[in-house]
Design a protein around this ligand. Structure first.
Ligand SMILES: NC(=O)c1ccc[n+]([C@@H]2O[C@H](COP(=O)([O-])OP(=O)(O)OC[C@H]3O[C@@H](n4cnc5c(N)ncnc54)[C@H](OP(=O)(O)O)[C@@H]3O)[C@@H](O)[C@H]2O)c1
Length: 264
């Protein structure tokens, strides 16, 4: 950040010199965010379970900047610690943590199994908490009063309105993640770390492929903006929250949904 109180347009969104971790950055929304951060100049580590997907995403994203992919199963506490150790082994500073990796489980109420709670809550709720715990020293090291470190949690509009699908553990885990965002924002603000959530509406991804293949047109028609989300919509909000432009926001949950939940 410069001493000039009036940043130029480029300075407002500049992430050069910043280090970021994007979980689940190998495809879908995580890939959109990783690309946006790289294009703004950040160095990015992405992670997912699949080593082959990691290698492919790293190759694809390396056209946009300096990226490294690390395979890890982040539904496990020990794996969150291991990934955090690898990230902080490279540098004691982490400027941007994007908790994006997530899982969903659709099944009717009568047969909704215990496993659907454990799998979804471990990854969608506990894992962001574990990563914050492990990476907090590095985030504190990076943040200043003028330019705090940033935690961006990827929630969902499924936690803002009542979803049509029977995904009980998913929408509950995302509501809890939105609340955890506010709780951590209050605690970590004085430590120069902001915590915000993005609540996406429908974006094309492996998670939504089946639904959008079948009902994509109806979903788009249900949005006041009459379309589903695009890569730039997600990259834009992530760069905003990660950059000087977003330095004074904390504890927010930003719906990026074409108006689906916000006007429901
Ligand atoms: N797409 C949407 O419309 C939408 C809407 C609202 C919210 N969201 C949220 O956005 C986030 C990304 O979703 P998406 O739609 O992009 O889904 P996606 O295409 O299924 O991508 C999920 C990513 O997370 C990784 N992942 C899954 N399980 C993991 C684990 N145990 N450990 C580490 N990484 C894991 C996946 O890679 P591996 O399988 O290789 O591990 C992949 O990179 C999620 O939190 C989701 O809830 C999405």
């Amino acid at each position: 950040m410069t001493d000039n109180p009036f940043a130029t347009h480029a300075e407002l969104f500049d992430l050069r010199g910043k280090r970021a971790l994007v979980t689940g950055g190998t495809r879908g929304i995580g890939l959109m965010i990783a690309r946006g951060l790289l294009q703004a100049g950040a160095r990015v580590v992405i992670s997912s379970r699949d080593a082959e997907a990691c290698a492919q995403a790293q190759e694809q994203l390396s056209r946009c900047g300096e990226v490294r992919a690390v395979p890890a199963d982040l539904s496990r506490h020990d794996e969150c610690r291991r990934l955090s150790g690898l990230v902080t082994g490279e540098s004691e500073r982490l400027d941007i943590l994007v908790n994006n990796a997530g899982a969903i489980w659709d099944e009717p109420l009568a047969t909704f199994p215990d496993e659907a709670w454990d799998t979804v809550v471990d990854l969608n709720l506990k894992s962001p908490f574990w990563l914050v715990q492990a990476l907090l020293p590095a985030l504190r090291e990076a943040g200043t009063a003028d330019d705090p470190a940033r935690i961006i949690n990827i929630g969902s509009i499924a936690a803002l309105h009542i979803p049509q699908r029977p995904n009980y553990s998913y929408s509950s885990s995302k509501a809890a993640l939105h609340q955890l965002t506010r709780v951590l924002a209050k605690e970590l603000g004085p430590q120069h770390v902001t915590v915000n959530a993005v609540a996406p509406g429908p974006f094309p991804s492996a998670m939504t492929a089946a639904i959008l293949d079948e009902f994509g047109e109806a979903v788009a028609a249900s949005a006041p903006l009459r379309r589903i989300g695009r890569d730039d919509d997600m990259a834009g909000v992530a760069v905003f929250l990660a950059s000087r432009a977003g330095a004074y926001l904390t504890g927010t949950v930003i719906p990026v949904d074409g108006g689906i939940a916000t006007t429901a």
